[in-house]
Design a protein around this ligand. Structure first.
Ligand SMILES: [Fe+2]
Ligand SMILES: [Fe+2]
Length: 426
């Protein structure tokens, strides 16, 4: 059987490729146009594809539109219904409306991320493919099932969600009032000695450092400003979420925290270089961009205590779903829309016109954090070779933001040199 896989995200594409390989000859592409032309050429050569998988959510043209175009072409070519290619939609959210829409557009089945071999087998069987040989070759690991189980529990409200300390909400309310002032803010912060002390250290850290050292809470608040204080306090609160009593989980979460913190610092510095107004938001976006991974790992250790969170296959399954999951989590925690978008789309590899600048900045910061040595997972270890690291300048977000490459490299060096000192105070 000939299979075509369309997914814009490199990791998802490779996961699906690996899972589909036992069933036939696979071709994987990252771009809808390439997919349609592959299908056309194969048909012209009389070696048509038997099966196509389409990722529903992609920037620009999405999976639904590809499906629509594909069916339209088949109609124009007068291909009998029975001979039309089988299409499976791949979605990261079990959204009945989307699935219904795809069925009416002519898809034959759907898979939900993280895609498990069981799901593929069920789909192919239903479509009438002969699977006897393939079944022997499939990898029956249950890591994806485990992640799927967590996702289900989350949507049913059966997962304990992280809570932010009350002070975060109090500050939000205070800043929301027209009469908000540094004095009012100080009154709230004063009540929490730990946070007050941290604010002073943070104001003196390389992230915010001024010419002289501040020694008082008022001095710290003046240096940080009201907006930054809010961001910093939220980040301090988020820091606690990366803690765990389980030793191996603690180690992994520490690494994730370093990655998130590096992304936050880079995001903030990039925003400053672009002279954007609210760079504090960028800092907090960096802190929470991979929050989905944090909660998934915690939940897995809670529910399946025997599991090793560092297992590469498990990490792949987590990676595949962390964006959708992170977005759903931030929505539940009532974060602003742009934060939810950042969690959901920070791994896109193209950014259509009109994309929020902040989203592209975090995409770039995330990439740069890995470049300067603060990557979270290295998927190369498990033989799923990451595409050769594209040079920073060829990144779509970089191009779109029109940054000066020298300036970006300077920011990288600066963050790399000061990160250890900055992270200590959080
Ligand atoms: Fe991520
Ligand atoms: Fe990340």
């Amino acid at each position: 059987m000939k299979i075509l896989i369309l997914d814009d995200e490199a990791i998802s594409r490779k996961i699906l490729f690996k899972k589909m390989e036992p069933f036939g000859e696979c071709v994987a592409v990252d771009d809808p146009k390439k997919a349609l032309s592959e299908i056309k050429h194969a048909a012209e050569k009389n070696t048509p594809f038997d099966l196509v998988t389409l990722d529903v959510s992609m920037p620009g043209i999405d999976g639904r539109q590809v499906l629509q175009q594909l069916r339209k072409n088949e109609q124009l070519q007068k291909i009998p219904k029975a001979d039309r290619v089988k299409v499976i939609m791949v979605t990261s959210r079990m959204n009945t409306a989307t699935i219904k829409a795809c069925i009416s557009l002519g898809c034959n089945g759907y898979l939900s991320k993280p895609v498990s071999t069981r799901q593929i087998l069920e789909n192919l069987e239903k479509m009438g493919f002969n699977l006897r040989d393939a079944q022997m070759k499939t990898d029956q690991s249950d890591h994806t099932e485990m992640v799927a189980e967590i996702i289900q529990r989350f949507y049913k409200g059966k997962i304990e969600l992280p809570v932010f300390p009350h002070i975060v909400q109090e500050i939000q309310e205070c800043l929301g009032k027209e009469s908000s002032s540094t004095e009012n803010l100080a009154k709230i912060v004063e009540k929490d000695i730990v946070i007050a002390a941290k604010l002073i250290s943070i104001a003196n850290s390389p992230l915010y450092k001024g010419l002289d050292t501040v020694n008082s809470l008022n001095g710290a608040l003046l240096r940080l400003g009201m907006k930054a204080t809010q961001g910093v306090i939220s980040a301090v609160a988020a820091r606690n979420l990366f803690e765990s009593k389980n030793t191996s989980l603690k180690k992994v979460l520490e690494k994730l925290w370093m990655h998130s913190f590096a992304t936050a610092c880079l995001g903030k510095k990039l925003g400053e270089a672009m002279k954007l107004e609210n760079t504090e938001n960028l800092f907090l976006m960096g802190i929470v961009h991979d929050i989905g991974k944090m909660l998934l790992m915690k939940a897995i250790v809670d529910i399946f205590p025997e599991t090793s969170v560092t297992d590469p296959e498990l990490q792949l399954a987590i990676h595949e779903i962390h964006t959708t999951f992170g977005a759903a989590l931030l929505k539940k925690l009532r974060f602003a829309t742009i934060f939810i978008q950042v969690a959901e789309f920070h791994h896109w590899n193209t950014y259509p016109k009109g994309t929020e600048q902040q989203l592209m900045i975090i995409n770039l910061a995330d990439y740069l954090a890995c470049e300067i040595g603060f990557e979270f997972t290295n998927f190369e270890e498990i033989n799923i070779q990451e595409e050769k690291r594209v040079r920073i300048t060829s990144l779509p977000s970089f191009k779109r933001l029109k940054l000066d490459p020298e300036k970006v490299l300077e920011i990288c060096d600066q963050v790399k040199a000061t990160i250890k000192e900055s992270v200590r105070v959080f």
